[in-house]
Design a protein around this ligand. Structure first.
Ligand code: PLP
Length: 389
């Protein structure tokens, strides 16, 4: 297969070989069902216990505060659903306009069923207004769900400060930490966060496994209903290989997170600086001072992100765009729109997201190949600067 310079790690990451090795025995050798009465099945129960400890250790939680899910989306849905079922008299949700669809669309769905949802705005750097947040929480607010870090821009919200505010006002606080976990340290022991979502495939475990942290003592109502797995909090036979893989990825993240992130940050900073220097009319979207160290969302004004991606694809570079082609019309991303990024810039946005598997050579290759693509597209752009001015 042709070598790919993979800079789309906020979409998904390469599985770490050590994670794959940890999972392998659970397909054809230790394939029992942990709920079985026989020893063959029961034995894998201890591997789940270990994985739960590994996940808990990474985020400074207790093992019994972790339930395994099928993905980040399920964790987000389960958290919000639980709050609404646990407090049926409360029919208000607070979230932000820049959440992932697994929160935003889920909330919209409840809005269509008669719930009231407040969507908090962000400024042009992607920051929340804490006063607006405080004022939005009412007596009937069942849950405030605000992400830890944004998948498109990497902007980090002050979710610990927000959790303390929400806690004092008497509502539940959930954070979608799918892009945060594995990239920055967390400690739930000193935190007011009630529920937190994470997803394995964002930090070198496979797709299709996630977890939800539920603070001890938090009322919880199951989203998946059926058997008694996960102490009745999430029905469905445990996906043992993937759970073991998630545990191993958490163990690796606990050990390497700081050195990995320092290295990734220096690669990202060199990439960003080089692209801005070599491409006129380029700007970085999002707050530079509170941002994931792997993410750079750059708008190349007056050209279309999708056109950039297609040409980068031909050069073997995988990145992603803030606009998606929907039924023939190019819709800029809801995140950039919420930030008020101008039309000409939102359309030309490209997200580069790195991981520990990126190298200096990858950055050199991107710096060599992206600027000529931008210049070529500018020459033929129907939104060309001249025609626009
Ligand atoms: N939340 C955020 C911030 C994400 O970036 C993603 C995935 O892109 C999700 C939730 C959903 O995670 P999953 O793909 O595991 O369902």
């Amino acid at each position: 297969m042709k070598k790919v310079i993979y800079m789309d790690n906020n979409a998904t990451t390469q599985v770490d070989e050590r994670v794959l090795d940890a999972m392998k025995p659970f397909f054809c050798e230790k394939y029992g069902n942990p709920s079985s009465m026989h020893t063959f099945g029961g034995r894998v129960g201890s591997d789940i216990v270990k994985a739960r400890e590994q996940v808990a250790d990474l985020i400074g939680a207790r093992p019994d505060e972790i339930i395994f899910t099928s993905c980040g989306t399920e964790s987000d849905n389960a958290a919000i659903n639980s709050a609404l079922l646990s407090f049926p008299e409360k029919r208000h949700i607070v979230t932000t306009r820049v959440e992932h669809p697994s929160v935003l669309s889920f909330c919209k769905n409840f809005e269509n069923r008669g719930y009231v949802v407040t969507y908090l705005s962000v400024d042009d750097k992607g920051n929340l207004d804490i006063e607006e947040l405080k004022n939005s929480i009412k007596d009937d607010t069942a849950i405030v769900s605000i992400m830890a870090a944004n998948n498109e821009t990497g902007v980090i919200f002050p979710f610990e400060e927000i959790a303390a505010i929400v806690n004092e006002k008497g509502s539940l606080f959930h954070t979608d930490a799918v892009q945060f976990v594995g990239k920055l340290p967390l400690n739930m022991k000193d935190s007011n966060v009630d529920m937190l979502s994470l997803s394995g495939h964002k930090f070198h475990a496979p797709k299709g496994v996630g977890a939800l942290y539920i603070r001890k003592g938090t009322r919880f109502r199951s989203f998946m209903i059926g058997g008694h797995q996960e102490k009745g909090r999430r029905a469905g036979t445990e996906n043992v290989p993937l759970i073991v893989g998630l545990g191993k990825a958490c163990e690796l993240a606990s050990i390497h997170v700081e050195e990995d992130q320092d290295r990734v940050k220096s690669l990202r900073d060199r990439l960003e600086k080089g692209l801005l220097e070599k491409s006129p009319d380029a700007r970085v979207n999002g707050n530079h001072n509170s941002r994931l160290s792997n993410t750079s969302n750059i708008s190349f004004e007056y050209i279309e992100g999708e056109a950039i991606l297609l040409l980068l694809d031909q050069k073997g570079i995988a990145a992603s765009s803030g606009s998606a082609c929907t039924s023939g019309s190019l819709e800029p991303s809801h995140v950039l729109r919420a930030m008020g990024v101008p039309f000409t810039a939102a359309h030309g946005s490209v997200r580069f997201s790195l991981s520990r598997f990126n190298s200096d050579e990858d950055v050199d290759y991107v710096l060599e190949n992206v600027p000529p693509v931008i210049n070529r597209l500018r020459e033929i752009s129907p939104f060309g600067k001249e025609s626009k001015d």
